[in-house]
Design a protein around this ligand. Structure first.
Ligand SMILES: Nc1ncnc2c1ncn2[C@@H]1O[C@H](COP(=O)(O)OP(=O)(O)OP(=O)(O)O)[C@@H](O)[C@H]1O
Ligand SMILES: [Mg+2]
Length: 302
């Protein structure tokens, strides 16, 4: 059996089922006995809806699933915490006047992005969980977030030479951050430790977006591990002309996925209900991981 990764990222176009697949995967690993954290970096987080309980910007135990915790990163709160962390040593050493100056320097547009990234590298920098699952914002945003550390390494070097005016905070924090980001980037690029899963539907735009995003990730040294093709109509439902036509369309796109996406694939059927609550998440997890292995070519019936 393959080694279980320590981090799994779910990515994909808006609305394809990232949160649903990430949440089901989290339930799957938690029920296997691994201490599992699911964290969402999506500003429009809805883990609370999926798990039917209040979550928010703190690590929260999920009722009804042992070993499962969840957190919705709130960008404003993450930014406030990040500023405070950057400013505390300044306040201690130089007093409030210097803090005011630094606060202005931290008023840079990159601070917010930096704060989100900082928060999620925290989760890559702890042994507290056996596995951390990241439910990310639609692809464009995630890729930018992941490209940041590459830019930031440059940024850190420049700012430690120059005035120190950066969204990183005071120069003395920079080396610590650099070490943490370097560790995170290394883990992101480690195929065994970190898996990247793209969710898509058998339709034109999500296919295009998956191919493009996987290529972009590849350019920053990150390999896509597999794809989940979600929303497949069950064969036995393709009886009336409407569903028959839609089913045929999906089969054409599945064919395209087979030829154009050379990665291991899993299938997930369209369910009659929306994906909310532990019972349905377990059902999805079962279909995703117990009823199939990832395959290079999805079998398509005529
Ligand atoms: N296989 C499925 N069967 C039935 N409903 C599904 C399936 N997959 C997803 N859904 C439903 O589709 C909607 C969108 O799914 P989800 O929120 O997981 O997508 P997302 O990619 O996270 O969206 P966003 O980009 O907005 O974060 C939800 O209401 C979810 O319950
Ligand atoms: Mg989502």
């Amino acid at each position: 059996m393959k080694k279980t990764p320590r981090f799994i990222f779910f990515s994909g176009k808006g609305g394809v089922g990232k949160t649903s697949m990430a949440s089901s995967t989290a339930v799957y690993y938690a029920e296997k006995g691994l201490k599992t954290l699911i964290v969402t970096t999506d500003p429009a987080a809805n883990l609370s809806d999926v798990f039917e309980q209040q979550i928010g910007h703190k690590v929260t135990a999920i009722e009804g699933v042992s070993n499962l915790l969840a957190m919705e990163i709130d960008s404003d709160e993450a930014t406030a915490e990040y500023r405070e962390r950057a400013l505390a040593p300044i306040r201690e050493a130089f007093g409030d006047e210097m803090v005011t100056i630094m606060e202005e320097q931290l008023n840079s547009p990159c601070t917010e992005e930096m704060a989100s990234f900082d928060k999620f590298t925290d989760f890559m920098d702890t042994d507290e969980y056996d596995i951390v699952i990241f439910d990310t914002a639609p692809t464009g945003h995630t890729i930018r977030l992941l490209e940041l550390p590459v830019d930031w390494s440059k940024h850190i070097e420049e700012s430690s030479k120059g005035s120190g005016q950066t969204c990183m905070g005071p120069v003395q924090n920079i080396q610590d951050s650099k070490d943490k980001y370097d560790r995170a980037v290394k883990l992101l690029q480690d195929k065994e430790e970190t898996h990247f899963i793209f969710v898509l539907q058998p339709e034109a735009t999500p296919i295009k977006e998956t191919i493009r995003s996987a290529k972009e990730l590849g350019e920053i040294g990150i390999n896509t591990t597999e794809v989940i093709v979600n929303g497949i109509l069950p064969e036995e439902e393709l009886l009336n002309p409407f569903f028959k036509k839609r089913g045929e369309m999906q089969k054409r796109y599945l064919q395209q996925i087979n030829t154009e996406i050379p990665l291991p694939k899993r299938k997930m059927q369209l369910l009659a209900e929306e994906i909310r609550g532990v019972e349905i998440l377990e059902k999805v997890a079962d279909q995703l991981y117990n009823q199939q292995e990832a395959v290079n070519q999805i079998e398509i019936s005529n």
